[in-house]
Design a protein around this ligand. Structure first.
Ligand SMILES: N[C@@H](CCC(=O)N[C@@H](CS)C(=O)NCC(=O)O)C(=O)O
Length: 144
């Protein structure tokens, strides 16, 4: 049991988070307008080569190396040091403003996912073919 007492109004008390405080900010919502680029491949990856951010491109490269040609993807840098994760386009696909984020348009509606460990994650099961389905069996878009 923790001694932590929940405040009535939460405030971000800086400094916190040690050396990673500047790249793990408890901020929600867009701070500026910025659309995300979209390439021609089935998967659009928005990330950066941080320890977390590189995981998805490693997965895609391994799939491609094994001959899974349908794992082609476009990778777009999200410069978290510059605040790209708070652009309106990025927040629309991941309100958590964390990289990595993955979008696929392979299904009837885009399926965005991010942050392994959340209900949807940056794993192959998040392709449009495996978006969570409601009981009716109809495909449902998922948002990470
Ligand atoms: N559990 C998440 C963690 C993601 C995460 O913490 N990403 C950091 C960079 S490694 C981030 O996007 N930070 C931006 C911010 O907090 O402003 C995952 O592995 O996907």
């Amino acid at each position: 049991m923790s001694d932590y007492i929940f405040p009535k109004v939460w405030k971000w008390e800086q400094p916190s988070g040690g050396q990673f405080a500047s790249i793990n900010r408890p901020i929600a919502g867009p701070t500026h307008d910025a659309e995300l680029p979209v390439g021609k491949h089935p998967f659009q990856l928005y990330s950066l080569a941080t320890p977390n951010g590189q995981k998805v491109s490693i997965m895609f490269e391994e799939l491609l190396a094994k001959g899974h040609a349908d794992a082609e993807y476009d990778a777009w840098p999200i410069r978290i040091g510059d605040g790209d994760q708070f652009g309106r386009g990025f927040v629309a696909i991941n309100p958590n403003s964390k990289i990595p984020a993955l979008v696929t348009a392979a299904g009837p509606s885009p399926c965005a996912s991010s942050s392994p460990g959340q209900s949807s994650s940056t794993s192959p099961r998040n392709s449009a073919n495996s978006c969570p389905r409601p009981a009716s069996g109809a495909r449902k878009p998922c948002r990470g």
